[in-house]
Design a protein around this ligand. Structure first.
Ligand code: NDP
Length: 314
């Protein structure tokens, strides 16, 4: 298998709502899609608890359950789902070349990129040193380890709000560090945070250093209005300050903005390279919702189908 390239009509890279929706549409259009899941099958929804804003689920649904349903739906129509990482691409010519981490070479007539985005970090030395020793970017994954202990979480967006609420059910006190005097999070999430007794919001507060040698013991913060420095004793430190698109692999081939979001043309999923389409958070720095990601996955599959038809491949 390693030596002979495999030729496919439609290759999908990524397994969040965008990738799986593209797969459902591509499979139903007889494009025989192959989908590579990447390192984190299911994407960001695997580290989310309740999804309450995806239409069709009046009682909400757990993120991992939702992604399992997406995968099953894609497989039902014949998508070949492979649990491996794509590590190299050459996106040019009429047949795009793609390699898996294991060295398998694929020649794809069309490629749909749905590689999503990953958590951002503050960039402190102490954050790296104490990673997995009390520092985490996923409260839902790691909150359990800090039950009964005080924790801090950085960020003022919906992720930080959602994760602080999650942590408030496990921990006696959750210190939410917000760098401005207001939150970016939606009103409903802010209200929930403010109505939760054991979440203490520290406004205008920035992290100077995470304290501890072998394990997190606290955090040193500065109030950017008064310049007052203080220490909060915590055992867990969660970072929830947004995401970076997972598009490094495509640099040099695809046009991107300065952050790395792939640029698409007009109201389509078309990139600057013929036969390559982008969907989901890899190309969306504005909406970034499961439902919008799924919508753009659908668009990418329809664009790919039209492209393959025009080229006489299907
Ligand atoms: P956002 O970009 O919305 O928010 C990032 C937050 O982190 C902001 O408060 C920002 O502050 C703060 N921040 C950024 N950098 C730093 C830093 N270096 N130090 C301190 N604070 C920092 O990201 P989210 O991940 O929260 O949300 C992304 C998208 O996903 C949004 O559209 C959101 O609505 C959506 N989402 C929806 C959910 C739901 O509906 N259930 C759940 C989670 C996310 P500042 O405001 O000052 O820039």
């Amino acid at each position: 298998m390693q030596n002979s390239p495999e030729t496919v009509k439609c290759l999908i890279i990524g397994s969040g709502p965008a990738g799986y929706t593209a797969a459902v549409y591509a499979a139903r259009a007889n494009l025989d899609p192959i989908l590579y899941t990447g390192k984190e099958p299911g994407g960001q929804l695997m580290i989310t608890t309740d999804v309450e804003n995806y239409p069709g689920y009046p009682d909400g649904i757990m993120g991992p359950q939702m992604m399992e349903d997406f995968r099953k739906q894609a497989e039902r129509f014949g998508t070949d789902v492979r649990y491996e990482l794509i590590s190299k691409v050459e996106l040019n010519g009429s047949l795009h070349k793609v390699w898996t981490e294991g060295g398998h070479e694929i020649h794809a007539h069309s490629v749909i990129i749905s590689t999503g985005a990953s958590a951002k970090w503050l960039g402190l030395e102490s954050e790296k040193r104490l990673a997995n020793k009390g520092v985490s970017a996923c409260a839902v994954c790691d909150g359990f380890f800090f039950r009964g202990q005080e924790v801090a979480i950085v960020g003022g967006g919906d992720t930080a709000a959602e994760e602080s609420l999650y942590l408030s059910k496990l921990c006696p006190k959750v210190h939410m560090l917000v760098r401005r005097d207001e939150m970016r999070a939606s009103k409903i999430m802010q209200e929930r945070v403010m109505n939760t007794e054991n979440i203490i919001v520290h406004w205008n507060t920035e992290t100077q250093e995470i304290l501890g040698e072998e394990q997190v013991t606290g955090v040193r913060v500065i109030n950017n209005q008064t310049q007052a420095v203080s220490e909060i004793p915590v055992k867990g430190f969660f970072v929830a300050i947004g995401h970076k698109p997972n598009t490094d692999l495509f640099k040099g081939f695809l046009d991107m903005d300065e952050t790395g979001y792939i640029l698409t043309q007009g109201k389509t999923s078309k990139t600057n390279v013929e036969g390559v389409f982008a969907s989901g958070d890899a190309q969306d720095n504005v909406y970034r919702q499961a439902v919008t990601a799924a919508g753009t996955g659908c668009m990418a599959a329809l664009d790919a189908e039209r492209y393959l038809t025009e080229k006489g491949i299907v």
